[in-house]
Write a protein of this length. Structure first.
Length: 145
């Protein structure tokens, strides 16, 4: 089963990177599954990546995967652009109170420990309200599409 899934992921990556006339791109974002599997390694070897954006939820287990992913990209000389904390909190739609249901501060600590820039966080109830994500600094604005 895993071998078949890997084949499908690699086939999709091949079609996306070699079978599409993208034209001149400033940036191409590829949403990959977490971890340091063959798909990530193969992609970093087949393509000239200018950087990797690491996205993680605040839970310890997810941050372990994020660290592994960042270390893998560093080993193959792919610069880490930064870390984004996804599902950082749940924001009540009625009163606006924030609840940190998956923990608080995990991405910030990980970014500091691994010498990465924390680019922002996206709340669980985010409805593509990108201005909250981009309010961190000018560096984060490069991801606004």
């Amino acid at each position: 089963m895993m071998h078949q899934l890997f084949g499908e992921v690699m086939s999709a990556l091949e079609k996306m990177t070699r079978g599409v006339a993208w034209g001149d791109l400033d940036i191409l974002v590829v949403d990959m599954p977490p971890g340091t599997g063959d798909a990530q390694l193969s992609m970093s070897q087949r393509l000239r990546l200018s950087g990797a954006l690491i996205v993680s939820t605040p839970q310890d287990i997810a941050l372990i995967d994020a660290r592994r992913g960042a270390n893998m990209f560093r080993k193959v000389q792919v610069p880490i652009l930064g870390l984004v904390e996804n599902m950082s909190c749940f924001k009540c739609p009625k009163c606006g109170e924030k609840s940190y249901i998956f923990g608080e501060g995990g991405a910030q600590r990980t970014a500091e420990e691994m010498d990465m820039k924390l680019l922002g966080d996206v709340s669980e109830s985010c409805d593509c309200n990108w201005h909250q994500f981009l309010s961190y600094d000018e560096y984060a604005r490069m991801f606004y599409i």
